[in-house]
Design a protein around this ligand. Structure first.
Ligand code: SF4
Ligand code: SF4
Length: 757
C-alpha cells in the first residue's frame, strides 16, 4: 500500500475549548504536508466508525488520532494493515494544563510534530518465521506431583509431552508420604496420597512419553526449537551415546525441593533419635509405625520442633508453608499408633492457611497433642535414653524442659534449582583438576568434582545459553521472575518453573501451579508459532534487527539482555534466537554502535521525535525538558495524573519507551544538541524487590545514568540536567512533583548553553 497519512483531531472532552484546533491542524497539513486531516467530535466507541470509514474511503495507510490516551481505547476496530498511532491530547495536555494558554498550545503542537514524525519512521513489524517448522510439544523436567500433573494437563489438551525424571521411580516426595493432609471438606481427615493413580494415568496416556532415570544432558535452541539430549542418571553418569534426542517447543521445570539441614544446636546427625520430618514420614510409610532409630523401641512421645529451630532467622528465613501441617499430620500418626502417646509441638508461628485451619482445630481437639510457643535452646541425650528438650520464653512465660522418646525437626524446603555457587565451584574444580600444581591438589579437585556432580542442584536444564546453563535464581535459589505481575515466568522465555521449585507449597497448590505452568507452556508454543512475543508484550510481532556489518563485538548486548536471548559466535558476534526475545529493547539501549532496532521502535525513530520538538531560543525563557517514561508503569501513571486533573510544567515533552533499559544514551546527546535543557527518565523500581517488567531493564538504566552524567560533566555541563526516578503506577501523584521541581531546578541553573548552536 502506498503511504498516505491521515490525522484525526478530536474536539470532544473539552479539547476543542482548550486548544486552537485550526492552528493544530495546520501543523499537520502545512508543516508536515499531511494530505488528510479532519476533526471528530469524539474518538470512542461508535464515533470510531467515522474514522474507520474515512480510513477506507481515503485509502489511508498511517493514521494519527489525537484525542484520548492510547490506553483508553476499549477495542481495536481499525483495519489490520493500517498503522494507527494514538496521542493522548486529553490526558497529557488538556487535563494537565490550563486552557487557551500559549504554553498549552505549544505543548499540543509539539506532540503533533513528535507523533507525526514517529508515524513517518514506523514500519509494520513482520512476524518472525524460521525456515524450520516450530515444534509444539512440551518437555516436563521432574516427575513429582507437579511434573506429573503438568504433563497430564498439557496432554489432556492435546499436546505431546515428554516427561523426564532422574529417579527410576516417579512420584517425588509425595510417593514417600504415608498419608496426605486433607484436600477436601471437612478438611479434618488424612487422605491417601493419590500418587500411584496419578503415575498410572501419566504412564498410560498416549500423548506422554516418560523417561525414568534420565536427565537433560543439553538443551539447545529456543521456544519452538528446543533440541534436547538426554543422559541416563543410572550410576550418576552419562556414558557414551545420549539416551535420546528430540525437539520440543517449551519446557516446564518441576524439579521440586530438597530439605534444608537443620540448625546445629538441635543435635541432628549427633543424636540418632533426633530426626527430620521427612525421615519420620519414610519410617511410617515403610514400617507402618514410629520407632526410635537408636533401639527400635516403639515411641510414646515426640517433640516436634517447627521452623528447624527458628531462633536463628538467618538459618532459614522464609516459611516453607508445609512444615506446620506436616507436624499436625505426624502428631496424628502417633496418636493413631497409641492413644496414650503425647506429641509436643514447639512453634514460633503455626501457619495453616485457608481451610487447613479446620485441620489445625482437629489437632487442637486431640487430648494428647500439646502446642507450645517457645524458642528451643537445645536437645540433650544425657543417659542414652530419653531426650531432653529445653525451651525458652514459652507462651506462659516460663522456661521449660520436656522429656521425649523422639525429636522431629521441621526441615525447611529449599528449591531444587540450579545452584550458582555450586556451578562456579564445579568450574573452578575442573580447572584445578586439569591445571593444579601438585598431584594432591589435582586429586582433591577430582574428588570435589565427583561430589559436586552428585549435587542435585548443580545443573538441571544444561541450557546452551551464553548466560548460563539454568534459570537465573534469586537469593534463596528460587527462579527469578516478576513475581508481582508474572509469577509463572522465568528469565528464560518458554521455560516455566512450577511447584515448590518456584516457591514453597503443598501438593494441592503444586497441582494448581502445574496446571498454570502447562497453560503458560501451551500459550508459549502457540504464540511463538504465530511469530508473536509472549509476556509482557504478548502479541508483539516485532523483534530486534542487528545490523551486523557495524558490530564491534563489544558484547554489551549479550551480557545485558535480561533473558539470555543472545549467544555469541567464536568472535563474540551476537547470535539472535528471536523466539527467546521479549522485545524489551534493552539490547537497543546497550548498543554503543546503535545498530539494534525494531521496525516500530528504533534509535532513529526516538531521536527524530526528539528533534521534531520546536525548541524556543534562550531569550524566550521557555525551557524544554524531555521525559522518557517506561510504558509499563510511568506512562500509565502520567495518564492517571491527567485523569485526576493534576497540573504540571508545560515545558515537559514526554516520550514513552518500552523499558527504561531501552534508552540509548545517544537520545540524551540528541536532546542536548536539540536544545533541551534537561532530561528526566522514569522507570520501574529496581533492586531485590524490583518491579521492572523486564527484570533488569530499570537497573541497567540507572547504572548507565551514572555514565551519562559523567559525560555531561566532560561537556562542562551540570550533571543535574539528567535525573532518574523510580515510580510505580500507584505513585501517579508524584508526577507533578517530579516535573515541577525539575523545571524549577533548570530555572535555577539556567538554560542549556548549547541551545541554538
Ligand atoms: S534485550 Fe530484550 S529485545 Fe534485546 S534480545 Fe534481549 S529480550 Fe530481546
Ligand atoms: S552491543 Fe552492538 S556493537 Fe556491541 S556486540 Fe551487541 S550489536 Fe555488536
Amino acid at each position: 500500500m502506498e503511504e498516505k497519512i491521515g490525522v484525526f483531531i478530536c474536539t470532544g472532552y473539552g479539547i476543542g475549548e482548550a486548544i486552537d484546533i485550526e492552528a493544530l491542524s495546520k501543523v499537520a497539513t502545512e508543516e508536515y504536508s499531511v494530505p488528510y486531516c479532519r476533526t471528530v467530535r469524539s474518538c470512542e466507541k461508535s464515533d470510531l466508525n467515522i474514522i474507520v470509514e474515512d480510513i477506507e474511503k481515503e485509502e489511508l495507510s498511517k493514521v494519527l488520532i489525537a484525542g484520548i490516551s492510547p490506553r483508553r481505547y476499549e477495542e481495536d476496530v481499525f483495519p489490520g494493515d493500517v498503522i494507527v498511532e494514538k496521542l493522548g491530547l486529553r490526558e497529557h495536555v488538556v487535563w494537565s494544563q490550563p486552557p487557551n494558554e500559549e504554553d498549552t498550545q505549544m505543548l499540543a503542537e509539539d506532540y503533533i510534530r513528535m507523533y507525526l514524525t514517529k508515524l513517518q519512521k514506523f514500519e509494520p513489524p513482520e512476524p518472525f518465521q524460521p525456515e524450520e517448522t516450530l515444534n509444539k510439544s512440551i518437555l516436563v523436567v521432574g516427575g513429582g506431583v507437579t511434573g506429573l500433573t503438568a504433563a497430564l494437563e498439557a496432554a489432556k489438551t492435546g499436546y505431546d509431552v515428554r516427561l523426564i525424571d532422574k529417579s527410576e521411580k516417579l512420584g517425588g516426595w509425595l510417593s514417600k508420604q504415608y498419608r496426605s493432609i486433607p484436600s477436601k471438606p471437612p478438611f479434618r481427615d488424612l487422605e491417601d496420597n493419590g500418587i500411584d493413580a496419578l503415575i498410572k494415568e501419566v504412564d498410560e496416556h498416549p500423548l506422554i512419553k516418560v523417561y525414568r532415570s534420565a536427565a537433560a544432558a543439553r538443551i539447545e535452541g529456543a521456544p519452538g526449537l528446543f533440541d534436547v539430549s538426554l543422559k541416563s542418571t543410572k550410576n550418576g553418569k552419562t556414558e557414551g551415546e545420549p539416551l535420546d534426542t528430540f525437539r520440543v517447543g517449551s519446557i516446564i521445570q518441576a524439579t521440586g525441593w530438597k530439605p534444608k539441614e537443620p540448625r546445629e544446636n538441635l543435635s541432628y546427625g549427633k543424636i540418632p533419635d533426633v530426626i527430620r520430618n521427612i525421615e519420620l514420614e519414610e519410617m511410617v510409610k515403610e514400617n507402618g509405625k514410629i520407632v526410635r532409630p537408636s533401639d527400635g523401641k516403639e515411641v510414646k512421645s515426640i517433640a516436634f520442633i517447627q521452623c528447624g529451630g527458628s531462633i536463628d532467622k538467618k538459618h532459614h528465613s522464609y516459611c516453607s508453608s508445609i512444615c506446620c501441617l506436616n507436624a499436625l499430620k505426624q502428631a496424628m500418626y502417633l496418636r493413631e499408633q497409641d492413644d496414650n502417646a503425647k506429641a509436643y509441638i514447639f512453634y514460633e508461628f503455626i501457619r495453616t492457611p485457608g481451610f487447613y485451619e479446620d485441620f489445625y482445630r482437629k489437632a487442637q481437639e486431640e487430648p494428647g497433642i500439646f502446642f507450645t510457643k517457645g524458642e528451643i535452646t537445645g536437645v540433650k541425650n544425657e543417659n542414652g535414653g530419653k531426650l531432653l528438650v529445653s525451651a525458652l520464653n514459652t507462651m506462659p512465660g516460663d522456661n521449660i524442659e520436656v522429656e521425649v522418646d523422639l525429636v522431629v525437626l521441621a526441615a525447611g524446603m529449599i528449591p531444587n534449582s540450579a545452584d550458582g555457587e555450586a556451578i562456579r565451584a564445579l568450574e573452578d574444580a575442573k580447572i584445578t583438576a586439569e591445571k593444579g600444581e601438585t598431584d594432591v591438589q589435582r586429586d582433591a579437585a577430582k574428588e570435589k568434582i565427583a561430589k559436586l556432580e552428585e549435587h542435585e542442584g548443580t545443573e538441571i536444564l544444561n541450557l546452551g545459553y551464553r548466560q548460563g546453563p539454568d534459570l537465573p535464581t534469586l537469593e534463596y535459589g528460587f527462579p527469578d521472575s516478576h513475581f508481582i505481575c508474572f509469577p509463572y515466568e522465568s528469565r528464560r522465555t518458554g521455560i516455566y518453573p512450577a511447584g515448590s521449585v518456584r516457591q514453597p507449597m503443598d501438593s494441592l497448590s503444586s497441582k494448581e501451579d502445574a496446571a498454570g505452568a502447562a497453560l503458560k507452556a501451551i500459550q508459549c508454543v502457540e504464540m511463538t508459532d504465530r511469530g508473536e512475543a509472549v509476556h509482557p508484550r504478548a502479541g508483539d510481532k516485532s523483534y530486534p534487527d542487528f545490523f551486523m556489518q557495524r558490530c564491534t563485538q563489544c558484547k554489551r548486548c549479550t551480557e545485558e539482555c535480561p533473558f539470555g536471548v543472545l549467544n555469541e559466535d567464536e568472535k563474540g558476534t551476537p547470535l539472535l534466537s528471536a523466539t527467546r526475545c521479549r522485545r524489551c529493547g534493552v539490547c537497543m539501549g546497550a548498543c554503543p554502535e546503535r545498530i539494534v532496532s525494531f521496525k516500530d521502535f528504533s534509535v532513529n525513530m526516538i531521536a527524530s521525535m526528539i528533534k521534531a520538538v520546536n525548541v524556543p531560543d534562550e531569550f524566550e525563557e521557555k525551557p524544554r525538558i524531555l521525559a522518557l517514561l517506561c510504558e509499563n508503569d510511568a506512562f500509565p501513571a502520567l495518564d492517571l495524573a491527567g485523569q485526576h486533573g493534576l497540573q504540571y510544567s508545560p515545558f515537559v515533552r514526554v516520550i514513552p519507551v518500552r523499558c527504561l533499559g531501552s534508552v540509548n544514551s545517544i537520545w540524551i546527546s540528541e536532546a542536548i544538541s536539540t536544545g533541551f535543557d534537561g532530561i528526566i527518565l522514569i522507570g520501574c523500581k529496581y533492586g531485590d524487590d524490583y518491579q521492572c517488567h523486564f527484570c533488569k531493564g530499570s537497573e541497567l538504566a540507572f547504572a548507565r545514568g551514572d555514565n551519562i552524567r559523567e559525560k555531561l560533566e566532560q561537556m562542562q555541563m551540570e550533571n543535574q540536567r539528567v535525573e532518574l526516578h523510580e515510580l510505580q503506577i500507584s505513585d501517579y501523584e508524584r508526577i507533578p512533583e517530579i516535573f515541577n521541581s525539575f523545571a524549577e531546578m533548570i530555572e535555577e541553573i539556567g538554560m542549556n548553553p548549547f541551545k541554538g548552536m
